[in-house]
Structures are given as C-alpha cells and as structure tokens.
Design a protein around this ligand. Structure first.
Ligand SMILES: CC(C)(COP(=O)(O)OP(=O)(O)OC[C@H]1O[C@@H](n2cnc3c(N)ncnc32)[C@H](O)[C@@H]1OP(=O)(O)O)[C@@H](O)C(=O)NCCC(=O)NCCS
Length: 175
C-alpha cells in the first residue's frame, strides 16, 4: 500500500472518478459522481494498492477564530476506507501523514467533526463540545450563517498551545 498527497488542482479525471466512487461506496448518501460535499479541499491523501483506491482523506488549510484567537489549522473531511480493507489501519496511516505534514509546517492543530469519535481517540484527538458559527451550504448553495452547539468536534493539538476557550468561528463552512 502506498499513500500519496495530491494538491486538488492537480487531480486527473481518472483519479477524480475513483475518488467519487470510493466516497459513494464509503458514505452511501454521498452525492453521485462528486468528489466534495461543500467545497473543494486544498489537498488529499490517497491510499493505493496498485491502481485500486483504498482510502481517502481531504484536507483544508484554514484560519479559524476561537474566542478571538486566530488559529491556522488543517481541517479534515471525508475520511473513508473501502469496506473490504477497513480495520487495516489505513485511516490511521493517512491521519499520521497529515500530522507529520502539520508538524513540519508549524500547523499547530488538526480539526474534524466525527460521527465515529472512537476512530480518532487512539490517535490522541480530544473531543470538544462548543458553540460554533459557520457558513451554511446545502446542495451547492450558500444559505447563510448558522450558530449552534456542536458536540463532536475532534481536535489534535500538535504544538505547545492549548485549544483556546470560546466560540469557534469557522470563517467558512464546517468540516
Ligand atoms: C471510519 C473509517 C475511515 C476507519 O478506517 P479504518 O482504516 O478501518 O480505520 P483504522 O484501521 O485506521 O482504525 C483506527 C481506529 O478506529 C477504530 N475503528 C475503525 N472503524 C471504526 C468504526 N466504524 N467505528 C468505530 N471505531 C472504528 C479502530 O478500531 C481503531 O481503533 P484503535 O486505534 O483504538 O485501535 C472507515 O471505517 C470508513 O471509511 N467508514 C465509513 C466512512 C466514515 O464513516 N467516515 C467518517 C468517520 S467519522
């Protein structure tokens, strides 16, 4: 198995089609033929076995505002592994690659919202419940700004700074 990092604008049509198929297979309700839910990411990690796409992680480099403190983060979306190859630590390896990239780039935090918090616990992610504000989008349309308490925010602090108190303003859509 090999894991590669690809910048979004460099994806070929063939790779896009494989990503769309994997996301549909992994999430079921994913929009047909699409490689993103809200917006394009900045880059992706793809796990390959030969020409077969086994795993996918989308990442965005973003500034967010937490209680008045600006934090540069990597936001993670659409972490997914093909069902026949789950439980082989493929997701863990893609997250580790992202973490290594963050550390070498002085990005101090990784953030995602996870429906399966146990997936991230073993990797040292903490779960937070916070008031959050984000840009609400649905079906490729912007609907407005939403403010709501979110109880499945998973964060990993990589530097010396701890996560600040206060509301999380995503300054964009939520991951
Ligand atoms: C969630 C998913 C990406 C995990 O991929 P994976 O490669 O099988 O995960 P790993 O083998 O790296 O396992 C990582 C940890 O998550 C746990 N885990 C894996 N799948 C899990 C699941 N569905 N529910 C709960 N825990 C799970 C593993 O036991 C492991 O825990 P440990 O570190 O304490 O031993 C994969 O099951 C998937 O694609 N699911 C469908 C899409 C999805 O729901 N993605 C978003 C999840 S928030």
């Amino acid at each position: 198995m090999r894991i590669e990092r690809l910048e979004e604008f460099k994806l070929s049509g063939t790779v896009r089609a494989k990503i769309a198929a994997l996301l549909k297979e992994g999430f079921g309700v994913y929009p047909e033929g699409r490689t993103f839910y809200k917006q394009l990411p900045d880059f992706r990690y793809l796990a390959w076995d030969g020409e077969d796409l086994l795993g996918h992680l989308a990442a965005e480099f973003r500034i967010i505002n937490v209680g008045g403190t600006l934090l540069p983060i990597f936001g993670v979306a659409d972490l997914c592994v093909t069902p026949s190859r789950q439980q082989e630590r493929i997701a863990t390896q893609m997250l580790r690659e992202l973490e290594a990239l963050a550390r070498s780039s002085n990005v101090e935090f990784i953030l995602l919202t996870g429906s399966e918090p146990n997936v991230y616990k073993g990797m040292g992610f903490d779960r937070l419940e916070r008031s959050c504000r984000w840009l609400l989008m649905n079906n490729l349309s912007t609907l407005g700004v939403i403010r709501r308490s979110v109880n499945n925010i998973m964060i990993k602090c990589l530097g010396d700074r701890t996560w600040p108190e206060g509301e999380i303003d995503f300054l964009g859509h939520i991951f």
